[in-house]
Design a binder for this molecule. Structure first.
Ligand SMILES: C[S@@+](CC[C@H](N)C(=O)[O-])C[C@H]1O[C@@H](n2cnc3c(N)ncnc32)[C@H](O)[C@@H]1O
Length: 384
């Protein structure tokens, strides 16, 4: 059994917890920025392939309380690193420290590096201090210290999970794919409901929704650092990728809608949807928010409107978005914005609100809940 953790942006831990539940991997612990779970090597592979809102999947190799550098070095040196790191593997070490006596990260990094090298030499019977080759597939290690508790973490993901591989062009302020997926998962959208993002930029929200609607594993078409490890051999990845391919659902009955004022953004969005394998499931059109309208009933409006100087007149755009929301009748909405006046532009407070960070920008996800679709037993009584 492996002790595993998925890291996530602040505010998305509960979403990642629910994703893990759905994978049959119930969380054992949830804290700011991380969700822990137990699993076999196949689960580590599944978590990497399937988690949509998490940043990365790590093995918790060891954990201990420590507030002294010498004790830290000695504990790291006496661990059995050969179970994780082949003698010739590269093992870059990064560090983080929060409210701890072991607060100097470069010292932690260099001490851990030296201690692990010494442990590997010792296990092989080499003279202490002999150089380790570090030519094999990397095992990235993070020394993470929180309130004097040291976690030694092995990164199984490599480039963050937001790097799905479909986005190769950028827009004015694209959402991270993991945050976009988190917003879709927090919203009431399901694959049988219409969806509109009227300022979709490079298309991240509708594309992530389409991936969810088609049950496509977001990591299906990328590589992971642990693919080079003896712990998770290539057959395991091939098996789980084949299972993920087989789980893909047919195209959505009605395509999701994306619009943007900017022609280049619309063509980037189309390109990205095609690369993500959901070109048929999302339609993009060049048009303004003021020109947008509903196609279908009981849909979900998703958006992260422009905010800040570079992105034009935020007030006018937010007012257009609020007017659209009010025009949409029986639709629900999930709008991510830091604009404090947005609820007053809509004319009412959102039924659900959640703080999320778009990069370093603190935003609120405002969720306005319309009536449930009749198929879900909702109409004619509006949902509260
Ligand atoms: C913050 S970005 C959206 C980023 C997008 N979620 C992504 O992941 O790429 C805001 C977008 O709103 C668009 N925009 C600005 N004013 C608009 C308007 N009046 N109507 C429609 N789109 C508009 C911009 O062109 C920009 O692409």
């Amino acid at each position: 059994m492996l002790f595993l953790q998925a890291t996530a942006a602040f505010g998305l831990e509960a979403v990642v917890g629910r994703e893990l539940e759905a994978l049959g991997l119930p969380p054992t612990e949830k804290e700011d920025g991380r969700v822990r779970f137990d699993g076999e090597p196949a689960d580590l592979v599944r978590a990497n392939l399937w988690l949509r809102a998490a940043d990365r999947v790590q093995v918790v190799a060891e954990e201990f309380d420590c507030d002294d550098y010498d004790a830290f070095y000695e504990t790291v040196r006496t661990l059995d690193w050969t179970q994780w790191i082949a003698y010739d593997a590269a093992f870059p070490v990064t560090g983080r420290s929060v409210r701890s006596a072991l607060g100097h990260v470069p010292t932690l990094q260099s001490m851990a590096k030296k201690a692990i090298a010494e442990a590997l030499c010792e296990a092989r019977g080499d003279r202490p201090g002999s150089p380790v080759p570090e030519v094999g597939p990397p095992v990235p290690i993070e020394v993470n210290v929180r309130k004097d508790r040291v976690s030694l973490l092995l990164d199984t993901t490599g480039p963050g999970l937001h790097k799905r591989g479909y986005r190769d062009l950028t827009g004015p302020a694209p959402l991270k794919e993991t945050l976009a997926a988190g917003i879709v998962l927090l919203s009431v959208w399901t694959r049988d409901r219409p969806l509109l993002d009227p300022c979709c930029g490079t298309g991240t929200l509708p594309i992530e929704a389409a991936l969810i609607g088609r049950n496509m594993a977001p990591g299906l078409h990328r590589e992971f650092v642990a693919e080079g490890w003896p712990l998770a051999p290539p057959e395991l990845w091939a098996e789980q990728r084949a299972a993920a391919e087989a789980a893909i659902l047919p195209p959505l009955e009605k395509p999701l809608q994306g619009g943007d004022i900017d022609r280049d953004a619309v063509s980037a969005a189309r390109r990205h949807a095609g690369r993500a394998g959901v070109g048929e499931d999302v339609h993009f059109q060049q048009r303004t928010i003021a020109e947008a309208g509903a196609k279908g009933s009981h849909g979900v409006l998703l958006a992260n409107p422009p905010y800040g100087e570079r992105l034009g007149d935020a007030d006018a755009v937010h007012a257009d978005l609020a007017a659209l929301l009010n025009r949409l009748g029986d639709w629900s909405a999930a709008i991510l914005t830091p604009h404090p006046a947005f609820p007053s532009m809509v004319g009412r407070k959102a039924e659900r609100r959640r703080k999320l960070y778009n990069g370093t920008l603190a935003c609120t996800l405002h969720q306005y809940l319309g009536p449930k679709p009749p198929a879900l037993g909702g109409d004619p009584v509006p949902a509260g």
